[in-house]
Structure formats: structure tokens, C-alpha cells
Design a protein around this ligand. Structure first.
Ligand code: ADP
Ligand code: MG
Length: 486
């Protein structure tokens, strides 16, 4: 799809400016380390392709710079909506990694693997050793991320239900009550990961005993669905598009919220959806909200989406963040001290993607500079990330939020009352003050009616224990933390 009328020289000039701006934003050193080897891969419709010579660099740039790249590109050329970051030259798709740390797990990135996964039938599943993490099938549509398997998915309270549903669908697609499977939750909590895991499992490449190619799976983001549908209309090939989608055993549409307001595309999706469900095929959909909260969705679509299994991925808990860090660190083979994991799990609470990104940066540094990972090194290497997360929350703000949450008087934060109904919220506020501010224990004590620092210490311990024992309480505290952090 040739889109705008801009010529090659103009594009080249835009590309130069994009690079300059990025360099100015990130600084010389960072630019030279990660971005210097970017090359321009072309413009297709509203999507710009940028290439990097290794898988490692590609993943790094994707996870750390894709948002900035998109923003700068958009500012430069309003017709550009997306930036696709890939490996290699124009024809080599994803050669084997050869960059620094190429044997390490690649840093996290937005799951941009989109397209259709026909039976891959390749002898090398993810378990079979190093392999490109995006395979191309015969129609050269990008495929699945090799790291997004069930084996690599860490299960904890916040995601156990969604995980169990995903497993179930992978084992017995289109079973009663699980079709469609609707996964929802905030960004970076594992929706795409679970969808890819189902696809790996079903196409027989997920490292388990299923025969290769036993099911055909089409996985794509809602955006890609729309993009391809519109492209099909323009090239008068909607029939082929429809037939292709209706021929699969499993259709997965990721980030369905992007279809909102796109009426024709929604309509097409609805018809495809119905045709597949009626034919006993499995549908898996993800979105950032539940079907009932996705405003702008047509009622009949909403109804059908909600009539299978709806499973949400909750925000992570400290416990889950620790397990994920431990699992990822163990896989990397680089020793990460428990103190560092704890520090990260406390500091980076937004989502798994950011957590993973932070850990990967640490590991990459350790590899590049041959340094061992320590708490000091962590603070230095992650300086920028930590600063962003270290928004100045004041103790007063914490006290206010916490009292509102439990409906007690603000003055009770510093009063001498010891009834559980006020003592517990007060302890939570102390706990949050310790976690979210850089105040010392005595300073915190003073703000809570001149209490002793040992009282604060006790509060922190007590809340930690309770959070481990009582999931509902833990969720309350996490919720408060997120509100305060945002
Ligand atoms: P979403 O699609 O919900 O925005 P993703 O599935 O892309 O999130 O997950 C973001 C990143 O976090 C991915 O690299 C994914 O592998 C990782 N991740 C999320 N949840 C888990 C988990 N429970 N265990 C291991 N990795 C996870
Ligand atoms: Mg996703």
C-alpha cells in the first residue's frame, strides 16, 4: 500500500532528523551504544521499518526506544502511525543472533509478532536451542515470539485463573464454556504471552508432545486485522481474506480495544467470529478491559464475546514479581543477588514488561562490562527507570489516600487510638511511606503522631506478613500503591 506522496529524498531527510532528535534526547553515549546501527528499512502504508544488525540490538531498541521512535517519527511525518523494528537487511529476516549477549534471553519488547501462524512444522521448537524468535511462514507473515511459552510463564495468584483457562484452551480447543476465551488486563501483564503460548502449544511447537502442525492458528493484533482487512478491500481481495480467516482452527485477536470505533472492521470481525464459532473453531481475544467495560463495542459483539470464558489478569503482587525475577534471572545464567530482585520487585511495580526490561538491562550491563550485579550497580544502571518510578509521593498524600480508602478520619493517622479499624490502616500508611518515599523510619514515625521508629518497623513487618497471608488485603495495598504512584 503506497500511501503518501512523499518521495525518497524527503523520507531520507526525515530519517536523518529522526536520528538526530533521538540522539539529542538520549545522549551521545546511549545513542552510540544502542542506536547507531539503525538503518531505514522502508515505509509501507503508515508503518516505517527500522533495521538493526542483530536480534539483541533489535530487542533492546524495541523495548527501550520504540515509543520514542514512534513519537519522533510521528512528529516528523503525521502519516506514520507505527514503527516496526526488525533485524537485518532488506531480505535477510532475522539471522541468528550474533550481538553481545545474544545467548541471553532477549530483552523484553512489545509483542509485535503479528500475522498468521500456519502449521509451522519446524523441527526446532523453542526447546530445541537457539533459534530466531520470529519465524516467517510461507506467506511471510511474522509469527510468534519464541519466549512466550507456557514454560516461561510464571504463575501466581494474579494470573492463575487466566493461565488455567489458557492451558485448557491449548489442551482442548473449542470446549464447552471456553469459547471464546476472552483475556483482559492492563498492559504488560501477560495477555500476549498467554496467547502465543496457546498458539505454540496448538501448532505443536510448544515443546510438548503434540504432533507438529496439528492445528492451524491465526494470531494477529486487532490493528493488524484492521490493516489487512482494509488492504484487502483496496486490492479487491476481501474474499481471500475472509476465506483465509475462516479456514483456521483457532483465531486469536490481540488488543481488541483497537477495533473500537472502526465500524466496518468490527462488522467483519463479528462475521468471522460467528462463522468460526458456528463451525466449532476456537476464538481467543484479548483486550485491556472486560467485554462489559469496552465502551464503543457493539452490543451484539459484546454479548458474544462475553458468552464464553472471561478471565482477567490482575496487577502483579510483590510475590509474583519476585518469582518472575527469580525465574528470569535463573534462565539468564547471570547471578542476581536476592537483594537486587527484592529491590526491583519493590520499585518497579507497574507491569511485568518494565520489570523484565529493568532486569534485562542489568544483565546486559553485567555481560558487556563483565561486572557482577550489586545493589549499587543496580541503582546506577537503572538510574533513569528508578527515577521515573520514584515520583515524589509525600507522607501526607499517603495518609490521605489510605484514610479515604478505609474510611477513617485523617487525624487518626496520628492519633493514639489503637482500635484495629484505625490501627491497621495506619500501619498500611507507614508501610507505604517506607516503600514509596525515601524518608527514614524515625522521620516516618514523627509524621504519625510522633511514634517511635520501632513502631514503624513493626508496622512494615506486620503488613508484609499480612499481605502474604491474605490475598484480598494484599490487593488492597497494591491498589493503594498504584494509585499513589500514578
Ligand atoms: P500484555 O500483552 O498483557 O501487554 P505481554 O504478554 O506482552 O503483556 O507481557 C509483557 C512482558 O512480560 C512479556 O515479555 C512477557 O513475557 C512478560 N510476562 C508477563 N507476564 C509474565 C509471567 N507471568 N511470567 C513471565 N513473563 C511474563
Ligand atoms: Mg499485548
Amino acid at each position: 500500500m503506497e500511501q503518501s506522496a512523499i518521495g525518497a529524498p524527503q523520507l531520507a531527510a526525515q530519517w536523518t532528523r529522526v536520528r538526530c532528535r533521538l540522539q539529542n534526547e538520549v545522549g551521545e553515549v546511549e545513542y552510540r551504544t544502542w542506536l547507531r546501527q539503525m538503518s531505514f528499512g522502508g515505509l509501507d502504508g503508515d508503518e516505517v521499518t527500522i533495521r538493526l544488525p542483530t536480534r539483541f540490538l533489535r530487542d533492546w531498541v524495541r523495548s527501550h526506544y520504540s515509543d520514542r521512535l514512534s513519537a519522533i517519527w510521528q512528529a516528523e511525518n503525521a502519516g506514520i502511525r507505527r514503527v516496526d523494528i526488525r533485524v537485518g537487511g532488506a531480505t535477510v529476516d532475522d539471522p541468528l543472533p550474533d550481538g553481545p549477549g545474544a545467548d541471553e534471553p532477549a530483552p523484553s519488547h512489545q509483542a509485535v509478532a503479528v500475522g498468521s501462524v500456519s502449521p509451522l512444522g519446524t523441527p526446532s521448537g523453542p526447546a530445541a536451542g537457539p533459534r530466531p524468535d520470529e519465524r516467517q511462514d510461507g506467506r511471510s507473515e511474522a509469527a510468534l515470539d519464541a519466549r512466550f511459552t507456557f514454560d516461561n510463564f510464571v504463575v501466581g495468584k494474579p494470573n492463575e485463573f487466566a493461565h488455567a483457562c489458557a492451558r485448557r484452551v491449548a489442551e482442548a480447543p473449542a470446549s464447552q464454556g471456553f469459547n471464546p476465551l476472552f483475556l483482559y488486563g492492563g498492559v504488560g501483564l501477560g495477555k500476549t504471552h498467554l496467547m502465543h503460548a496457546i498458539a505454540w502449544e496448538l501448532t505443536g511447537t510448544g515443546g510438548t508432545a503434540r504432533a507438529p502442525g496439528s492445528a492451524s492458528v491465526a494470531y494477529m493484533s486487532a490493528e493488524k486485522f484492521m490493516y489487512r482487512f482494509i488492504a484487502a478491500i483496496r486490492s479487491h481481495s476481501t474474499m481471500e481474506f475472509k476465506e483465509h480467516l475462516r479456514s483456521v482452527d483457532v483465531l486469536m485477536i490481540d488488543d481488541l480495544q483497537f477495533l473500537i470505533g472502526k465500524d466496518a472492521t468490527q462488522e467483519e470481525f463479528f462475521h468471522t467470529f460467528n462463522a468460526l464459532v458456528d463451525a466449532g473453531k476456537q476464538i481467543v481475544v484479548s483486550a485491556d478491559k472486560s467485554p462489559s467495560d469496552l465502551s464503543g463495542l457493539e452490543d451484539r459483539v459484546r454479548t458474544r464475546l462475553g458468552c464464553g470464558m472471561v478471565a482477567d489478569l490482575h496487577a502483579t503482587t510483590f510475590e509474583l514479581r519476585m518469582s518472575i525475577l527469580e525465574a528470569k534471572a535463573a534462565r539468564s545464567g547471570v547471578p542476581v543477588p536476592p537483594k537486587v530482585n527484592e529491590f526491583l520487585a519493590h520499585k518497579i511495580t507497574s507491569n511485568v514488561r518494565e520489570l523484565e526490561g529493568a532486569l534485562n538491562r542489568l544483565i546486559a550491563h553485567a555481560n558487556l562490562f563483565g561486572r557482577t550485579i550489586t545493589l549499587e550497580a543496580t541503582q546506577e544502571v537503572l538510574h533513569d527507570i528508578l527515577k521515573a518510578h520514584d515520583r515524589r509521593v509525600t507522607i501526607e498524600e499517603i495518609q490521605r489516600r489510605v484514610s479515604e480508602h478505609w474510611n477513617i478520619r485523617l487525624t487518626d493517622m496520628s492519633s493514639a487510638r489503637r482500635a484495629r479499624a484505625v490501627a491497621r490502616p495506619r500501619q498500611v500508611a507507614m508501610f507505604l511511606a517506607k516503600q514509596l518515599t525515601s524518608r527514614s523510619l524515625p522521620e516516618i514515625g514523627r509524621k504519625f503522631g510522633n511514634r517511635d521508629h520501632t513502631t514503624v518497623m513493626h508496622a512494615v513487618q506486620r503488613v508484609t506478613e499480612l499481605m502474604e497471608r491474605d490475598a484480598a488485603f494484599a490487593e488492597d495495598v497494591e491498589l493503594l500503591r498504584r494509585m499513589l504512584e500514578s
